[in-house]
Ligand binder design. Sequence first.
Ligand SMILES: *[C@@H]1O[C@H](CO)[C@@H](O)[C@H](O)[C@H]1NC(C)=O
Ligand SMILES: *[C@@H]1O[C@H](CO)[C@@H](O)[C@H](O)[C@H]1NC(C)=O
Length: 416
Amino acid sequence: MKKLLWSLTLFGVILIFPVNGVMEYDKMEKFTDFNGTNVYQTENNVKSKAKVTMVGLTLIKNAALRSAVCLDGSPGGYHFHPGSGSGAKNWLVHLEGGGWCSDTESCEYSKRTSHGSSKHMEKKIPFTGILSDKASENPDFYNWNRVKVRYCDGGSFMGDNENKDAKLQFRGKRIWTSVMSDLLSNGMEHAKQGLLSGCSAGGLAAIFQCEDFKSSLMSSTRVKCLSDAGFFVDATDVSGDRSLRQLYTDVIEFQSITNNLPNDCLNRLNPTSCFFPQNLINQVKTPLFILNAAYDSWQIQESLTSKSADPTGSWADCTFNLAKCNESQIMFFQEFRIHMVNLLGGFKEQRKNGVFLNSCFSHCQTESHDTWYSKNSPSVKNKRIAVAVGDWFFERGGAKIIDCAYPCDKTCRNLI
Ligand SMILES: *[C@@H]1O[C@H](CO)[C@@H](O)[C@H](O)[C@H]1NC(C)=O
Ligand SMILES: *[C@@H]1O[C@H](CO)[C@@H](O)[C@H](O)[C@H]1NC(C)=O
């Protein structure tokens, strides 16, 4: 049951709900509902359909032959919206997130959702935030070719195996290579600029696949990678244990991922450690941007105070409503933030890299207009996330941003 929750929480409930009054409902400009099919605009609390570009699902051709399949054996897929004008030769590839599955029960559960089967994927999804095609919502990337790769392997695009007895396919790696090969032959091989991004489990995947993305493109192409809410920390939870570490150990074993982890990490550390970005980011040669909330709401709820770490639920009031946290609980979060800041120390010193670590309780900030580039999106020193990412990509300067500690930031779109 605990494992079920892991897959349930990521991306069920995350995109939206403000609970502590920091973001009031009537201030929200747009939100995506749970399954991502409908986007509404709110004006004076009246819901109405907004004019958002909806982009159709492309299933990978000959997916079975290429083993580019979801957990249930159905074809993997992606959504593609073509670039135009000055962006016609630039490519943004964005990897969807959605937790991990680590045993028969949790992977069986995923098979009945879009995170394990293309049979359950929406045929069209809204392109918003970093995927938006409107200059007013996405100033630097709106006219690029934009791709969202669907996540249905439960292993951050890292597995390449199967479990015949359990009728499960672990083919994330094949999905990645097949989508890349199809995009390359559809024009991406001539890309002038390329950005690989991803959110949550997809943000972790963007770190894993960054060097591969770089080497698939011409050496003259400007290539960079952006990990949004993918900085999952190997942290001590409230019980003194490491519940996320246990989950990753199980995912790696169940999906036989060890051999696909980066060799230079495996030479130094054990496989589980090589699933944590803190042990990978300093070795990535391609310019990389780490965007994360310092008080990542998913990590607070599912790692620091997970069911196994807090079986009696004594933290639940606090982790679902910040206003109910006592001083020592807030102190615990402050220590988590300091840990994250320290882990980014060496990374931040490398000139090529970018960092935006804002002091919010949220998770995934590139995909929605509210957090990416709306006029009251989260910002640090008046710089919104879209601006920081653009400044880093185009080398306009000022893209190493670490916010002051909670509660100094009044621009957050907190989720708890
Ligand atoms: C998505 O949710 C809406 C209601 O919120 C529902 O009508 C629709 O059938 C759902 N679509 C899918 C593919 O689950
Ligand atoms: C804060 O809450 C936690 C969890 O309920 C509890 O264990 C702790 O004793 C509380 N601390 C204070 C100072 O009230």
